[in-house]
Design a protein around this ligand. Structure first.
Ligand code: AMP
Ligand code: ZN
Length: 491
């Protein structure tokens, strides 16, 4: 029995919002993790902040969770269908480092980013290279069961033998067979068939290679998630997460091979929960379109990591979100205001679950109680983080709430949002406190905006002038008009 509203989640399997009722005392949750041959970018971080929000929602409902996040340190091939060169090996050659060094370096960078974003650590971070023997066993079992066929390029899973193949993606199999992304593989029976094992081409010796019944080579890229999740969470578990791109191919193939392996006619995983994509200035983030900013770039530019988290949570996880400078500026300004307002309320209590928060409420404060119900309803309704953020801001402005009640509401909202407001100093939010710390480009930008505002005022375009003032405020710049002209300072 959980208290408060029933937690409801959008299940990609079935494409509708469903009651989430755990099937075990401890909910097993698997989140597809990073491939560690490059830095995780801001889009990837959306997937991890989203999975973290789900963990916080489960915690709020006092549902124990065991979360596994895999570290893909076996190189994916360049193409989705597992053909082509190995990406880790390409990175190693490019950076003149060993594959182990590459993997260790980018794994650390991943942890640095998720830690800075307040992502709760998973219980286990299995590395794919540690599970290759299990993957070989898994593929051998599929072979024994008659689900595979062997080609010179590897062992393939025959998707026509998988009843319901592609249900998750609502796959139109005919359409997919014609799909442009699917490249030709000599001898492949169905275009949707995928490699369980990639056998080395004659004359090509990979750096990362393992011996298997199908020759030296490397596992196909869908295999590790099936194998490691079952090894660490049991054969069936409740939740699998990832970005929507995985709903179309990677997760479809994970399901096909896992259900073939288990052969018990049961759905392998009950809830598939996917986050929508982060766009950059309204464009899809494509690996081919040059470097995508990462968290370190934002921090370098003077943003607090929590400003990025706040920006993400300001959108619902199932909506596309457009990353623009204006949007993070606004998030940074909101974060600064929140930190400033919460400073006066410290110390905050610990209110991580609905029941704990309820117990902490001063009994006579009906206003705080209503806010708490509001937070509960928002998180329970498929994790409506924008509503939680709005309720938090509203409670901070509310003059009818008691100080103690407000502390509980803020602590509860913070436990759900993970912004770390309990300890966040305004000074930390804005590292650009003193104009002397600004670099010349930033000063130039500010002065250009001020000049534009002066021009707008001269044109009696008050609307535009106010807009520019708001943009400056979002940058932490306070403009004062004096008889000698405008002056500015950092707030
Ligand atoms: P990858 O390293 O490409 O396997 O991606 C790691 C996670 O980030 C996966 O769950 C992806 O679905 C997710 N992801 C990749 N790009 C984006 C994006 N632009 N927005 C949101 N999630 C993304
Ligand atoms: Zn996966």
């Amino acid at each position: 029995m959980t208290s408060g509203q029933q937690l409801r989640l959008y299940n990609s399997l079935g494409r509708r919002i469903m009651d989430f009722v755990p099937s075990a005392d401890v909910v097993g949750m698997y989140s597809c993790g990073p491939t560690v041959y490059h830095f995780a970018h801001l889009g990837n971080m959306r997937a991890y902040v989203f999975a973290d929000t789900l963990r916080r929602a489960l915690r709020w409902k006092a549902i124990p969770v065991r979360q596994v996040v895999n570290i893909t340190d076996v190189g994916h091939a360049v193409a989705d269908s597992d053909t082509g060169e190995d990406k880790i090996e390409m990175a190693a050659a490019r950076e003149e480092r060993s594959v182990e060094e590459i993997a260790a370096f980018y794994t650390k960078a991943f942890f640095d980013d998720t830690t800075a974003l307040n992502v709760l650590p998973a219980d286990v971070y299995p590395r794919a290279t540690e599970y290759v023997p299990d993957m070989i066993e898994f593929a051998a079992r599929l072979e024994e069961l008659g689900y595979t066929y062997l080609l010179p390029s590897g062992l393939y899973f025959d998707t026509s033998k998988s009843p319901g193949y592609g249900t998750l993606a609502l796959l139109d199999l005919e359409g997919q067979r014609e799909g442009a992304r699917v490249e030709q593989i000599e001898g492949r029976i169905n275009k949707s068939d995928f490699a369980l094992w990639r056998t080395e081409e004659p004359g090509v010796r990979r750096v990362m290679r393992w011996k298997s019944p199908w020759g030296w080579g490397a596992p196909g890229w869908h295999l590790e998630c099936s194998v490691m999740s079952m090894a660490l969470l049991g054969q069936h578990f409740d939740i699998h997460t990832g970005g929507v791109d995985h709903r179309e191919l990677h997760h479809v193939n994970e399901i096909a091979q896992s259900e073939a392996y288990l052969g018990d006619g049961q759905p392998w995983v009950r809830f598939w929960v996917h986050n929508e994509f982060l766009l950059m200035n309204n464009a899809k983030i494509a690996k081919s379109s040059g470097p995508v900013p990462r968290l370190a770039d934002l921090v370098e530019a003077g943003y607090h990591p929590m400003a990025y988290r706040l920006f993400l949570l300001g959108g619902h996880y199932r909506s596309q979100l457009d990353f623009t400078t204006n949007a993070v500026d606004a998030a940074q300004a909101t974060l600064r205001r929140l930190a400033g307002r919460v400073e006066a309320l410290r110390p905050l209590p610990v209110a991580e679950t609905y029941d704990a928060a309820r117990a902490l409420l001063p009994p006579e404060d009906k206003v705080a109680a209503a806010y708490l119900e509001h937070l509960d309803a928002a998180i329970a309704a498929d994790m409506a983080t924008p509503k939680i953020l709005a309720a938090l801001q509203e409670s901070l402005r509310d003059t009818d709430i008691s100080a103690e009640g407000l502390r509980v509401v803020v602590a509860a909202a913070d436990a759900l949002l993970g912004l770390g407001l309990a300890g966040l100093e305004v000074r930390e939010v804005d590292r650009r406190r003193s104009a002397a710390d600004l670099d010349p480009a930033e000063v130039e930008l500010i002065e250009r905006k001020i000049a534009d505002r002066t021009q707008a005022r001269m044109d009696r375009n008050w609307g535009r002038a106010d807009e520019i003032r708001a943009e400056l405020e979002a940058l932490g710049v306070q403009v004062t008009d004096t008889p000698a002209g405008p002056t500015w300072e950092l707030t």
